[in-house]
Design a protein around this ligand. Structure first.
Ligand code: FES
Length: 179
């Protein structure tokens, strides 16, 4: 009879439903993982502290301090993604230490990215010729202000992080113009 058929189907039905849940569950894990990765790219401050920004390379990966120092030469000035998405210079001193401050590469005149000129020992903006010394202080205009500063630190995972520089500007003795 049809009621016998219906009873016989019940175990099958529930088994299929169960399998569906299992499949859905295992499929959702990678999806959930990808979504959280995707979101963390746009909201990288995992600490939740707006004064802390994780340094990222061109591909958006975090940068381990030890790896960074081991694979670069002393005197390196390298652009990485910094606070507010600006390219910031991480600087390795002549004795191989990561400097405790970083410079925003955005020219304070009209916003070009300022390259480091090793031969001149200066940052020289190719847009209108501003010069900054190795600490980012203006040597020649039209740039009106020194390059913005950020503190460089390391988080608990060994990644390089930037922290907002709120103290006086050590190059000029003035309050920071960038906060
Ligand atoms: Fe750098 Fe004008 S934007 S000198």
């Amino acid at each position: 009879s049809s009621s016998e058929k219906a009873e016989a189907m019940v175990p099958d039905m529930s088994k299929r439903l169960f399998l569906n849940y299992v499949l859905l569950g295992t499929a959702s894990l990678p999806v959930f993982y990808m979504i959280s990765k995707y979101l963390s790219f746009f909201f990288p401050a995992s600490s939740g502290n707006p004064d802390v920004t994780i340094a990222r390379d061109r591909l958006g990966n975090e940068i381990k301090k030890d790896d960074f120092i081991r694979t670069r030469n002393p005197g390196t000035r390298e652009l990485v993604q910094g606070p507010k998405g600006d390219p910031y210079y991480l600087i390795i001193s002549e004795n191989g230490e990561l400097l405790s401050y970083s410079l925003d590469s955005v020219c304070t005149h009209l916003g070009c990215v300022v390259p480091w000129e090793t031969g001149e020992n200066q940052f020289i903006c190719h847009c209108h010729g501003s010069h900054y010394d190795s600490t980012g202080k203006v040597v020649r205009g039209p740039a009106p202000l020194p390059l913005a500063l950020a503190h460089v630190d390391v988080d608990e995972k060994g990644n390089i992080v930037f922290k907002t520089w709120k103290e006086k500007d050590f190059r000029t003795g003035s309050n920071p113009w960038w906060t």
